[in-house]
Design a protein around this ligand. Sequence first.
Ligand code: ADP
Ligand code: MG
Length: 287
Amino acid sequence: MSESIPEKAIIQDNTIIRGNIIISVRNLVKNYVSGAETLYILRGINFDVERGSTVAVSGQSGSGKSTFLNIIGGLDRFDSGTVEAAGQDISNLSESDLSSYRQRRIGFIFQFHYLLKDFTAIENVMLPAYMTGMKKKEAMDKARLLLTDMKLDDRVDHFPSQLSGGERQRVAVARAMVNDPDIILADEPTGNLDPRNSAMVAELLFAGAEKWGKTLIVVTHDETIACRAKLRYALEDGLLGPCPPEPAALTSEAVTSEAVTSEAVTSKAVTSKAVTSKAGVGERESP
Ligand code: ADP
Ligand code: MG
């Protein structure tokens, strides 16, 4: 019989329950091979997050923060280790299962909003839900509710070009939540905003995550945002450690880093189509 309690209990719908842990990363390794050179980006990360928690991850530009987030979100593959998130071991999922995981379990927010320019704010928000089978009216109602949370009641019918940068990011936050994901992953969500808009987006993001019971991981250099999180980590030399007592976030070096580096900007921007599609707001994937 059950003389030993298994560490993992498999329940219906293949959901893995381990205490209240929603993300469990073990010995995560990610390398990039570039010509003859191997870049050792993540060198054996261990990371647990409780359901409903909020986590901030900082680290220098190029330290692997986006890579780490993208792996948890099923956008990037990894070399070794295991990643369990939202009840699934995503280490060996097929492309279609990974796509379904991204659409249903994860809400992404990037430094750039990736809103579809020919769609209004409310249409941008409702689309991921509509595309995954929600009825149009229900999806519109949900989108309207989320836009109200984001204090955009009077902007629902505006197109992205008619919105400010902060408003666009708030639409992106609403969009990330529309499919009721377990986990919100935000990669420098305020990297392009002025301090006032940055603070507003961050506050609404955290408040939204708390209201809807979402687990939130935010990559940020912004000290005021990082302080809002329950847990803080820094990624350095491929490992995740506690944040230094005097975070580098307020130094001029860090402030000017990602918001203005062309590297991060171009790499995401040129793949916007793929990213939006992967995040569930682009074209439908072929069956
Ligand atoms: P961060 O988000 O902390 O700035 P990234 O995760 O974007 O860092 O990148 C970490 C490192 O991996 C950087 O040195 C970057 O140049 C490299 N890198 C990222 N993506 C690739 C790729 N597709 N091929 C090769 N190297 C990459
Ligand atoms: Mg990055």
